[in-house]
Every structure is written in structure tokens, then in C-alpha cells.
Write a protein that binds this ligand. Sequence first.
Ligand code: GBH
Length: 478
Amino acid sequence: MNAHFPPTFLWGAATAAAQVEGAAHLDGKEDSIWDVFARTPLAVAGGDTPEVAADHYHRMPQDVAMMRDLGLQSYRFSTSWARVRPGDREPNPKGLDFYDRLVDELLGAGILPWLTLYHWDLPQAVQDLGGWANRDTAERFARYAEDVFGALGDRVTHWTTFNEPLCSSLIGYVGGEHAPGLNDPRAGLAALHHQHLAHGMATRRLRELRDDLSIGITLNLTNAVPFDPADPADVDAARRLDGLWNRMYLDPVLLGSYPDDVLADLAGLGFEEVVREGDLAVIHQPIDFLGVNHYHDDCFSAHPAPASDPVLPVPTPKANRSWFVGSEHVSCPSRGLPRTAMGWEVNPDGLRVLLLALSEEYPDLPPLYITENGAAYDDVLVDGAVDDVQRWDYISAHLDAVAAAMAEGADVRGYFVWSLLDNFEWAWGYAKRFGIVHVDYDTQVRTPKLSARNYAALIALSAETGASSTGNEAASDE
Ligand code: GBH
């Protein structure tokens, strides 16, 4: 299969602070909720913690040199609030200095810094005040955004407020799989709204500070399909999850309203009580791009999944609760598609359909960037090499889907593979590897996998000719 991308298409790779940095208690950094959660029995597989991770905090210059060697045009990273403002007290110059050096290193290598302010690692001190369930956290977030801007705003032009607020609200406060590990639907819904508010407040603040920034938000979106399109109950299940998963995030940010049908699904759960007059106007700020994270598309049913369905892997016993607030009866039956090591069904065409649906349903949609896409597979390191053919097949099939959507009119401007490095995969700890670069956690040695070499070849070709093939050309002789 061949896919064509314009020469201006931005090629990058992504990570997140808590997943790669390590140095969790160094140079003034204090606990984030993920540090605390990981120390809780049975919260993270293998008892793994973000304490050392991929040691990127110490290996950052070498990691940036490796990005340059791969030809990456942009690096999507996040700043750690608990490093920048430990304990939610004063800004920490040593913490800010790390990001200052990272940005200089990237710019020196000709790599565009793509900064995310919140990738799930709330300072524990803010959690102790109620975390995202507390409305004041939104104001604290805007203040933290100003701190980061103060250190980097002269050089960083691309700012993302939140990564996947669905995960840091519903999966953390209701599903229990993510920090803070609660099972409290009301708190989860309050967290959802307060993160939106924080997005709006920080976006406003950043624009006041500098008017030529590119500011956006990254959402994880799914193409929600009914298991049996002829069964009205399954059609309703898909509507409910499209609402809870996609529209509860897209609509307030892009349209300035919450979807009525989802508000009805959530009746009695206290959601509307946390939304104050004027909030939606604050949330509804113009944004310059929408980041789309996509791993799997999902099929929903109102009936229990058949007993013959494969049992999906769960990281820990804690992670077994549904975060489908108000729609707990909805199931995700198997369609018999191939699955990654996460148990997620692979259906690249779902990404094409999703990108086109977005373009159709939101008339003033800003340009789209795929800010995460990638897969975990059980890699094997043999003679210093990882031939992760499955991962490259996954990536190239999804790139073909992106190109197909673009050919049909979707305005997609770039793609970031998740992830640059193997890293701390949240509740899975180090048991799942998403990197295009292998990390040996004993020695911290980095080994670019086949997927990294192919991705580098693709970027080089695309930058030269503006047309690229996603086939295995770089690997065919190896
Ligand atoms: C992203 O989130 C994160 O941004 C990144 O940090 C992470 O490392 C990467 O993906 C890989 O996991 O409850 O069974 O319906 C993950 C996106 C969206 C995947 C919600 C799990 C729920 C599955 N997640 N999805 S289920």
C-alpha cells in the first residue's frame, strides 16, 4: 500500500513526563499522583513505579541526538507539574531548568518542541485538596501554565493543555485503573468539567501572554460502532459511548455546549450542578489545532458480551471496574479482529472513518494532528535488534488510513508515533512496550527497533519528495 503526504506534513514522536523521565524525587520534584498510586499495593502491575522509568531526565541530550538521527521533525513531550511547582508551592527553578535545556537541545537539533502541560501527573499536594474534583484546581492549573510559559514561552510555540482528559477524569476517578484510583462517578464527572475549565482558563492566559502561539488540546477519540446495527439497543449503546467518550470532550471545547443526550444519560449523577454559569464560554476558546490520539476503535452492545469472547488482559485486579458512567450496562463484544498485546482490536479503517466524521460533524474544526498512534507487542531483542514487524505493520496501516482520510478531505497536518521510547505504561508498568526504540531497563541502553528505522526512512523520503510509501522498504534487505 502506498500513502502520500504533503511535504509540509509534520512527523514526530511522543512521550510523557511520568512515563520516561524518572528522577521522580530529584532536584526538588515531589510526588505526583502516579508516584503515590504506584506505591499502592496492586495498583500497578509488577509493583513498578515511575521512579527511574527510561531515565530520560539524565539521558536527555543523547535522546535528542537520537531523535535527530531518526530525522524526527517534532518531539511531543509533557512537563511535570510536580517538578515545576512541587507540592503546589513556589515554582522550582531546577525543575524548570530541565525543560529549558530540553527545549534548547531540541531547537539546536532542528526539532520542533510540542509541549503538553498535563499528561496525568497531578501533584499529590493538589490531589490532597480534592484533585480535579475540586474546582480550584482549574485556577491552580492556569497558574502552573503561566510558570511554564515564563520559562519557555519565548521559544515554545506549540502548546497542548491536556492529554486525554477522559483518562484523567473517568478512568482515574471512576474506573480505578489510573491514579488517583477512585470509584466515584460524581467526582469523575466533576473532574471532567474542571479539566475543561482549566483548559479554557489556561488557553486564555497563554493567549494574553503571547498572541502568536499555536494552542490546542489532545483527545482520545474512538469510532464508536454498534455491534449489531440492526438492534436498536446496540445502536443506543454506541450513541451513549460516542457521547461519553467523544462528544463530552469535543462539544464543550469546539461548540461551547455539552450534548443534551449525554446530559440525559447522566441525570441524577450531579453533573449539571458542577457546571456554573459562564463556564462554557470560558471552555469554548478558539483553538489552533485538535490533537487526536487513536489506538483502537470500539464496538458497543447493550447485551453482555458472549461467554466465548476472549478474556482481555487486565493489568491489576483493581482495573476491573467500568468507567462507562451512566451506561454501565454497555459491553464491548469482540469482532474477532487481531489484537495488540494490550488486547485492543486493530482496525485502521476506524481511524479513517473517525477523521472524516470529525470533519463532517464539527464545521469549524481546526486542523488535526494525530498526536498519538502506536501499539504494544511482545518484542524480542535478538543479537541487539528488535524486528518488530507487527508494530510497523500497525503504524503503516494507520498511516495509510490517515492518508485515505486526507484524500477524502480531512485536514490532517501531522503524525506523532507513540512512543519514541519504551516506557512506564501506567497501570501496566514496564510490562508493555510501545517504543519504536527499545529500552533495556537494567542498562538503559537504547536500541532503535525495525519500526524506528522504517519510520526514519519514511520521514526522509517524505521530506525529499513529498510522497512516501509506508511499505517495509528500509527493512527489505535486513
Ligand atoms: C494513551 O492513552 C496515553 O496518552 C499514553 O500515555 C499511553 O501510554 C498510550 O495511550 C498507550 O496506552 O476501558 O477497555 O474501553 C491510552 C488510551 C483510551 C486506551 C481508553 C484504553 C480504554 C479501553 N486509552 N482505552 S476500555
